[in-house]
Structures are given as structure tokens and as C-alpha cells.
Design a protein around this ligand. Sequence first.
Ligand SMILES: [Zn+2]
Ligand SMILES: [Zn+2]
Length: 149
Amino acid sequence: MVKNKNYNKGILVRTCKKCKKIIDEKSLYDYCPECFKRIEEIFEKIEAYLKEYPGATAFEIEQETKVPYHVINNFVRDGRLIEIPNEYLNFECKRCGCLLLSAHHKYCPICRKELEKEMELAKMQLYKSMHHGNAKMHIRHGDTRRKKY
Ligand SMILES: [Zn+2]
Ligand SMILES: [Zn+2]
């Protein structure tokens, strides 16, 4: 990036908060365009999750969106996310007992996936049993076809 070192000598240059690349002095943001774009994408993910689940804890956001806790915390420090005291208790996943800290979900993402699989399997087994001679037979009343034979 820095082709002409003399140009920067003795001049305080602004650098990207994330990758330390030199950025335009007049830039509105503390990040280079690439980092800014990446950060915005992450923030949009958090934003979308919070819209669906207002008041989600940082722990829950990390678990559900895969955005690391320290990144979420950076947004708090930048003032883009606001922390409010949480009255929720430490909820645990009803299946594996891992920490959820969430009032929105009964199960952690891993267990939810497992449960979905189990449901699918149960559905398939039910379907199979219904289509493999397990159904009860009844004679239809007034079956007229019998006359043909
Ligand atoms: Zn950068
Ligand atoms: Zn679980």
C-alpha cells in the first residue's frame, strides 16, 4: 500500500483499526473499505438475529450466528450495540444441558439439528410402516366389483 514512504514521514496517518492499512484521512470510518464491508456483513447478521429475537444475549448470538463473542463486544464498544441488564436466568439446553443464556430457544443449535433429524427419521419410519403391510384392513361395504367374479 505504502509506495512513497517519504510522503508519510512525519505525518500522522490514519490506519485501519483492524488490518492497519493506511486509510484516507477524511474517511468517515476507522476501517479500510474491505474491513468495513466485512464488519458490516457481520453486523447485519447480528442485526437480523436481534430483529427476530429481541434482547438475545451475546452468548446466544454467538451460538446462533457463529459471530464470536469478542466481535459482538467490539460493536458494544463502538456503541452500535447496547447492553441492557438481563433478567433472564442461565437457561440450559433441555437436551444436552449446555449453557444457552437464552429465553428464545429450548435447545442449543446442535441439539436442534439432532432433533430435526430424529423427527425426520420418525416420520420416515411411520411412513414405511404404513406402506409395508402394517395398515389395518377393512372390507368395503357394498363393494359392487364382487359381482364381476
Ligand atoms: Zn482494514
Ligand atoms: Zn444441546
